[in-house]
Design a protein around this ligand. Structure first.
Ligand code: UD1
Length: 453
């Protein structure tokens, strides 16, 4: 098992480079299943979820080649995938996004047989909307030996409406519809940056997807996804967008610990709602655009007091404040000198990490779907080397929240179950250490290891 040991209360200074977006990568890698030629993906984050989904594809027959000169680039040749059945149940159960194989295999073969997905269990995560979208496209759903089985005589374009808005179901509907016969219109579609990235990737490969990033996506089915024509001489390669949530996490970290950091390789437009909240806490956020560079840089400085947010922080689908930033922002606000309110409006209950924050002294009242976060006299407190405060990373973003609280708290905080954080943050220890944080990872063996890995 791995845990982070943080000696908190140290200000952060320096630069951090943001990796490729986890949630884009874990959608685009399964999308390669639909392609008819090999393609290279660049800017993949080096995180556990990406290794797992690549292993699943290899297990299905794809050839996966890592670029020896660029650790973030991988060429995937999907032509060896000849079956719609996925049998590596253990790997599939390690992550949520493995359910994108349903849409991808259904789109490729008209059939899919995939074990149930795993992933962060911060609350009940239904897939009824995904199944309804597949059914609308003409598939029949069965549960056979605990596998999700979809069968069809060929998919036909249709109208699909989502209520509530679902990121995952929108992605699965796109994957299934891209090669379906005729037109598909998805209304109340999710608009997250990684949905646009997926559509851009598929369009680059030859798909016809219009208006991704709006709430009405229009897809005209195509027969093949072969990338730019052979005579163009162009290498078939696609670069994944920067990770919005990783960037937001480093913003929250410096606002919590104090200091000034430069965050490179971001798309500032994706960060608007996060920057607004960070600014409210008294931190200064500056966006630097360079016309010669594809991405932007953001500096975040917090030199004075850390304030609570006057306005409620309310999560909502993009372009609203992302639910995945809710735990890290709550950790930040727990260290502030005035009261804030955080409302979770996407997931029914995503507050299971709050008792862990309380171990560091956080004073938080939990209501049904909101938190009232009070200032703590003297700030959050870790323990001593001999008697550290031990908290648990209950899932990926809850784990990021614990790291942020540990950076803000004076003294030693140990964050158990670092495996959840590693699922979605590339080299968080190396990146924070370069910013001056005192954080290290300790690996140890416990006789009763209850990890789900
Ligand atoms: C994705 C993200 C996750 C993020 C979430 C919301 C990935 C791999 N994960 O998860 O990090 O927290 O978006 O931004 O990209 N719902 C249903 N039925 C369904 C599907 C969803 O009722 O079939 C409900 C959920 O209970 C939830 C809401 O829809 O209340 C949003 O969920 P959804 O957008 O689907 O989240 P995920 O795609 O699972």
């Amino acid at each position: 098992m791995d845990k982070y040991v943080i000696n908190g209360g140290k200000k952060l200074f320096g630069e951090v480079n943001i990796s490729g977006a986890k949630n884009a990568a874990v959608a685009i890698i399964p999308a390669v299943v639909l392609c008819d030629v090999p393609c290279k993906l660049r800017n993949l984050p080096n995180i556990r979820d990406v290794s797992v989904i690549l292993s699943i594809l290899e297990n299905m027959g794809a050839k996966v080649d890592r670029d020896p000169t660029d650790p973030s680039a991988v060429t995937i040749d999907p032509r060896g995938i000849t079956s719609y059945k996925v049998s590596c149940d253990d790997l599939v159960a390690k992550m949520r996004a493995s359910y994108y194989l349903l849409g991808a295999l259904l789109g490729k073969f008209g059939k899919a047989d995939v074990p149930p997905p795993g992933g962060c269990k911060f609350c009940k995560r239904p897939i009824d909307l995904h199944i309804r979208a597949f059914e609308a496209l003409g598939a029949e759903y069965k549960d056979i030996d605990d596998h999700i089985v979809l069968e069809s005589d060929g998919l036909k374009g249709t109208e699909i409406n989502f209520d509530p808005v679902s990121v995952g179901a929108t992605i699965n509907a796109i994957l299934a519809a891209v090669k379906a016969e005729g037109k598909t219109i998805i209304t109340s579609a999710a608009k997250e940056p990684h949905i646009v990235d997926l559509a851009n990737f598929l369009n680059y490969m030859g798909a016809n997807i219009k208006k991704a990033g709006t709430d009405e996506i229009k897809i005209t089915g195509v027969k093949e996804l072969r990338g730019p024509s052979d005579d163009s001489g162009e290498e078939i390669s696609y670069t994944i967008i920067p990770d919005q949530i990783e960037a937001g996490t480093y913003m929250a970290a410096v606002a919590a610990a104090g200091g000034e950091i430069t965050i490179n390789n971001v798309t500032a437009q994706h960060l608007r709602s996060i920057m607004k909240v960070i600014t409210e806490t008294g931190a200064k956020v500056t966006v630097i655009s360079d016309p010669n560079r594809e991405y932007e840089t953001v500096t975040v400085a917090r030199r004075g007091d850390l304030r609570g947010c006057k306005n409620q922080v309310i999560t909502s689908p993009h372009p609203g404040f992302p639910t995945d930033m809710q735990p890290p922002i709550t950790a930040l606000l727990a260290a502030a000198n005035s009261t804030s309110t955080v409302v979770e409006a996407v997931w029914a209950n995503r507050f299971s990490y709050v008792p862990e924050l309380r171990k560091l002294g956080a004073e938080i009242d939990e209501n049904k779907s909101s938190l009232t976060i009070h200032p703590v006299a003297g700030g959050l407190k870790g323990g001593t080397r001999k008697k550290p405060v031990s908290v648990r990373a209950l899932d990926l973003r809850a784990g990021a929240a614990m790291v942020i609280a540990g950076l803000a708290a004076e003294g030693i905080t140990e964050v158990e179950d670092a495996k959840y954080v590693k699922r979605g943050y590339e080299d968080i220890v190396g990146k924070l250490t370069a910013l001056g944080a005192d954080i290290r990872m300790v690996t140890y063996k416990e006789i009763t290891d209850d990890s789900d890995e």
